[in-house]
Structure formats: structure tokens, C-alpha cells
Design a protein around this ligand. Sequence first.
Ligand code: NAD
Ligand code: TYD
Length: 341
Amino acid sequence: MTTRVLVTGGCGFIGSCFVRLLIDEESDVEVMNLDALTYAGNPRNVEAVAGSPRYRFEHGDIRDEALVARLVEGADWVVNFAAESHVDRSTSERAGEFIETNVLGAYVVLEMTRRHAPGARFLQVGTDEVYGDVAWPGFPDEQAPLHPSSPYSAAKAGADHVALAFARTHGLDVIVSRCTNNYGAYQYPEKMIPLFVTNALADEPLPLYDGGTQVRDWLRVEDHCRALLLLLRRGASGEVYNIGANQDPEVPNKDLTAMILEACGKPASLIRPVEGLRPGHDQRYAVDTAKIRALGWSPRLDLSDGIAETVAWYRERRDWWEPIKSGEYRKFYEELYGSGS
Ligand code: NAD
Ligand code: TYD
């Protein structure tokens, strides 16, 4: 039997990986991709599957109730990726768009699902950043209190709460995932890894914040997407699942930067230390992933192989990132880091 899936934000980094995974590997799945094509949404991310008869695209906003009501009709799964996703934008600009899309938008998709596809399984794609700064050696499990630090993570925490409230109040079949930092192909070059890789390949400085002592638990995007598919198939209704690589030993940003420079064949002199740019910068993210691992999931590639694979992709696909870096993003980058960057 065909599974009909409404994906929101499927032209972004993770959403497009999920769409490609569904179309390439799941022959019994049909995908409707709803995306507003903000600066981060790029139709080129899904061009490899756009010709499939099992794929459809709708250009629109998740806050548009009538549109979401129409698209969700008949869906078996609803997967909400759509969000404003960049922490630096949420701290350096007005954060209204983060609250609007990440909280109100998630509410609209939930409400329209409840009304028009009440039997659907709803996956709210969340982030480990909702736990806030995690003191070493802690690993918050899914019951840990939420302490979001940035407007981005606060808005994502809001969406988690609304989604879980819909499970409890309305009996909607909701799952919330909370994944650690992703990396891989088609990631908008504002996040650390694609920014550093593309800058290094272009012999431009790598703006390393606050001494690079912060720790993130980097997970390859394909591993995240396979975890999400597993949750849709086997996750328990009303539950939260952490997803993460559990890097051991943990990798601070400065070590990751060295790994990227080595994979690019570039010198450490490209590193440009930047202090105080990210107010409220969280020192460490880490999560307890026992719950999803008990379902049989584990990451397929380790970090150094994943970085090598990622650098090779950005080396090959200048046609993808050079136009992005010369356009709207250039303006944001110059405002953030100064025009000498
Ligand atoms: P992204 O910024 O690359 O993509 C976001 C997508 O959502 C874009 O295609 C954009 O056009 C679309 N979008 C934005 N506002 C919209 C709206 N109002 N209506 C419809 N579409 C809209 O983000 P990403 O890195 O792919 O993240 C996807 C999701 O995963 C987000 O919810 C994010 O919070 C979550 N997440 C990201 C990471 C990470 O490391 N990137 C980790 C864990 C969780
Ligand atoms: P980022 O990729 O923005 O993800 P998040 O803020 O969601 O964790 O940043 C990852 C880490 O890299 C974070 O500690 C901030 C740091 N960073 C830099 O040092 N320089 C940069 O230019 C960026 C974008 C991030």
C-alpha cells in the first residue's frame, strides 16, 4: 500500500535529504513537499528526484491554513522540517520570523493535520539545542528539562511543547525528534561546516568563535534521515526521541576545524579567531540516545570519514554553492563579520 507523506521544508538541507531518501529508496511512498523557498530553501536540492511521478512540490508557507488543509488531506505521515534554522540570524537580527515559522507554523500544520488527516502520524523534527548548555559529562535523556538559550532554540522548544500537547489533548499520533548538529551535502553555507569547507576551498578566512572550545555532536544528515524514517515506522506515539552520534571522544570546534583544513589541504593560518559574536553561545551539546538505539538505529559513518565525504562533495559541487555565496548570503555575511572577510 502507498504511504502518502506531507513533508514541509523539503527544499532545505535536511528536508531535501529526507525527500531524496524517500523517493530513491522507498518505492511505496509518495511525497508532497511544501516549502516557502526562503533564502535557505533551494529547488536544486531536490532536482535529482523532481521528475519522479511519486514527487510533487507546492510553493507556499506552513502558516497558510487553507493551503496546509488542502495538502494534508489523505496524508499518512506529516513531517515538519520547515523552520528558520540559523542561530546567528536569531541572535543578530529580530527573531520574529523564528517565532512565526517555528512556533505558529508548527501549530498550523498540527491543527490542519488534526482537522483534515486525524489518523496521520505527525513527526515534529526538533533539535537537541532545546536542552541548552549541557554541563560535561551529562547526557540529557528525553525527560530532561528544556533550557533553550537562543531565540532559535526557544522557538523550537515551543513547537515541541505544542506538538506534545496535541498528542495529549487531541490524541494526535505525534512523535518529536531532537537531533544534534547535522552536516553533509546541500547544507546552506552559513552553518559552521559548510561555511568553513567552502571558505577553505576558496582560501578565505574561517571565523572560529570564542576559542573553538565548544562541543557539538556532529551527525551526518543521511544518518539523521534514516533515524526519522525509523521513527515514522516504529516510534511510539506521544514520545520524544533524541538522535545523535555520541562522538567519543567529543570533538570541540577547534579540532573539527583542524579536521576540515586537513581534508581540504589548507593551512591553519586561514583560521580567524572571532570573539563575542554569538551572545549566549552554548558551550556543549550532547544527548542520551539509548532510546532510539534500542529501536535498532546507529550512525553509519564516523566523523572523519563523513568530513572527507562532505569536503569531496563541496569540492565537486562549486556549481551549487558559489551562486549562493555570491548572492543574498554575501550581504548577511558582510553585515555579520564585516566587509573585510
Ligand atoms: P534549512 O534552513 O536548511 O531549511 C529550512 C527549510 O524550511 C527551507 O527550505 C525553507 O525554505 C523552509 N521554510 C522556512 N520557513 C518556511 C515557512 N514558513 N513555510 C514553509 N517552508 C519554510 O534547515 P535544516 O538545517 O534543513 O533544518 C530542518 C529542520 O531540522 C529544522 O526544523 C531544524 O530546526 C531541524 N534541525 C536542524 C539541525 C541542523 O543541524 N541543521 C539539527 C537538528 C534539527
Ligand atoms: P552552527 O553551525 O551555527 O550550529 P549551532 O549554532 O546550531 O550549533 O555552529 C556550530 C558551532 O560552530 C557553534 O559552536 C558556533 C561555531 N561557529 C563558529 O565558530 N564560526 C562560525 O562562523 C559559525 C557559523 C559557527
